[in-house]
Design a protein around this ligand. Sequence first.
Ligand code: NAD
Length: 517
Amino acid sequence: MSRPPALTDPLLDTLRGRVCASTSDTHTSTEVFTGGELAVLPASSVTDVRTAYERASRAQREWAARPVEDRLAVFHRFHELLLRDREILVDLLQAETGKARRDAFEELCEPALVTSYYLRTARKLLRPKRRAGLMPGAIGVTELRQPKGVVGIISPWNYPFALALGDLIPALIAGNGVVCKPDSQTALSPLFGADLLYRAGLPEDLLQMVLGDGPTIGGAVVDTCDYVGFTGSTRTGALIAARAGERLIGCSLELGGKNPMIVLDDADIAATARSAVRGCFANAGQLCLALERIYVPDAIFDRFAAAFVAEVGRLRQAAGYSYGADVGSLTSRRALKTVSEHVDDARAKGATVLAGGRPRTDLGPFFYEPTVLTDVTPDMLCHASETFGPVVTLYPYATEDEAVALANDTDYGLNASVYGRDPVRARRVAARLRTGTVNVNDGYAAAFGSTDAPMGGMGASGLGRRHGAAGLLRYTEVQSVAAQRVDLVNPPRWLPHGVYSRLMAATLRVMKKTRLR
Ligand code: NAD
């Protein structure tokens, strides 16, 4: 058994106890740095998912009736506990994903930022709002935000804590119960997050954790819950949208990307190269927002390529539970296989490997070197499909229009990046890109860390947005309550309908002109 220092037997028992599972089935997760056994966790059945839904639903009624201030008090305490216990969490995250410690620490910042953002804004976002009635004084209209009920959160393995907690916290704040299904390989950190929330005072049963295989247990979550917040691949997202559509429930889908970066000809080459390595190789490239395509002007291509490759050469890749490594491991054998296939295919078809290009099994079973390719053509796997690993391709371009067209030449539309000294020009180019977020002079953190701004994907990268008002309000139903004081719609008995309709037509004309409403 290979375990990080923080994963003691009592902690493991506590985390196991947070899974809603009634059978003796189990799943064994892997300690990624060594490939050894990490933890044996209970597996849920379809019946357990229904039980989880019913428990969460019962607890939700009382929770939704509480004033928002009372609900927020739990998240104040959660935020404190999260920062206090951060090193335990970082250990768990590293063990189950193989990420570098700095990436694991960066991951816990997302739920911390999301929590403090909604602590500041939820009261205002959720409070009833007066809307204009048909006629002032005659009808008083109030817009209410009702919780959906029980929200299903289905999350992937690459940022297992950030993506589960960052999405389920606003669902709870909005007054919902939650059934959360993380990936089984990376369940320790979301279970730890659930435990922190309960220690912070979340009512018993409101948040249910279920574990198991995606199609069966994830499918059961979609078949039972009242709304689904999904993060994962585009292929699974499409299945979930279809299934949610059959039940006429809403869903938000945060999916894959093939994210472009444009270097403008006025960019500071050294600073751009230094910043871009983080955008490409954070979390060993297993980041939905990671940059996989870099477009560089012909005139500075060679200089930029040399500076970028030099920066890549400075990255320290290592296993271990201490700060120091810049790049960690891939999370699974499957990820290593995809990355190796993409690079080998590109090399075999004539691409040039400027840096990396090999697995590093001397460091750990799933490590792969940060890799830079050029001369990549459309027949190569890594040209258009998501590699989701530490592989980036440099492409030359002649004009700004060509760079924009190449960047937009994809079904995806998640994240993009533009580097240049002239901020007005860089923002103008940014606005021409078809992606949900664009970072100017940064890879991804500027947009992702700005929790007041919505974030999500266009096209094959998803539907809906997390963060900002949209990230909370997606978990609510809008209800308009119109209280009539004077009956304007039904004419008095003594007034003939013909006269009434003429009077109404005249009134409608006046209302258009005077905006009398
Ligand atoms: P995945 O789609 O295979 O799995 C994601 C989750 O869905 C897992 O919990 C899985 O068990 C579950 N699942 C699988 N099949 C299911 C089904 N038929 N019904 C219900 N649930 C099912 O994705 P993955 O490989 O775990 O994650 C990597 C992908 O996620 C990449 O494409 C990456 O770009 C994307 N991603 C997107 C974002 C974003 O915010 N846009 C963030 C992280 C990852």
